[in-house]
Write a protein that binds this ligand. Structure first.
Ligand code: CA
Length: 229
């Protein structure tokens, strides 16, 4: 699970980062609204903690812009006690929850767990596109007649492509989503895993393909062939 922290008070941001990383979450922290929006638009995060009072653009504007751009990442607002009005505006603008500062580690973690539980319940346990289905619990890819088990990274890669089918995902987005920013050493693994996933799509005779977008990244499209790397 990858969590974005947008908070201009560096000690608070770093404190949250430490707490979350201890729990095994991957995190990135940015310290102003504009960077926060940029990160959110990358759509690689499973959840974002978003402060309201931020330099450059406010948390509420970040939230609105992200939602208007179709980003549905769960967002928990971080608010000061005096910002009751902002909480309401925030929830109306598409925030999923809010936390009033100061909060303790236990409350923060409980809210995050609750958010993930809710999301897991909402997201169907399988994803379908064209003639294939990807099942979360078994990490299996089903075609019309055959199925095949995917390795964890293959599953994550195909899931990310499926959710965003028809869109070009850049190499940076894919690597960040699957391996994390800190893992640039794994960069060339991407092509290897794309070829693994293509083989499995071919194995189940999927009528979809991973298209290489030259110099940019990859996209998942209906039809086509899963040859090459
Ligand atoms: Ca602030």
């Amino acid at each position: 699970m990858r969590i974005l922290i947008v908070e201009d008070e560096i000690e608070i941001a770093d404190g949250i980062k430490t707490i979350l990383e201890k729990e095994g979450y991957q995190t990135d922290a940015v310290y102003d609204g504009l960077s926060g929006l940029d990160e959110l638009l990358s759509n690689i995060y499973d959840l974002a903690l978003l402060d309201i009072m931020l330099p450059k653009i406010s948390g509420l504007d970040v939230l609105r812009s992200a939602r208007n751009s179709g980003i549905d990442t769960p967002i928990i607002l971080l608010t000061a006690r005096s910002q009751t009005e902002d909480k309401i505006i925030g929830l109306d603008s598409g925030a999923d929850d809010y936390l009033t500062k100061p909060f303790d580690a236990g409350e923060l973690l409980a809210r995050i767990r609750a958010r993930f539980r809710r999301r897991d319940n909402v997201i169907t346990q399988s994803l379908s596109f064209a003639d294939i289905r990807l099942e979360q619990s078994s990490m299996k890819l089903y075609g019309r007649e055959r199925s095949v088990k995917l390795a964890k990274k293959e599953y994550q890669l195909l899931e990310y492509l499926l959710v965003n089918h028809g869109c070009i995902l850049t190499r940076n987005m894919l690597v960040a989503k699957i391996w994390g920013y800190d893992d640039q050493a794994e960069y060339n693994q991407l092509d290897v895993y794309i070829s693994f996933v293509r083989k499995k799509l071919k194995f189940v005779s999927a009528n979809i393909s991973i298209v290489t977008e030259k110099g940019v990244g990859y996209s998942l499209q209906a039809g086509g062939k899963n040859d090459g790397i």
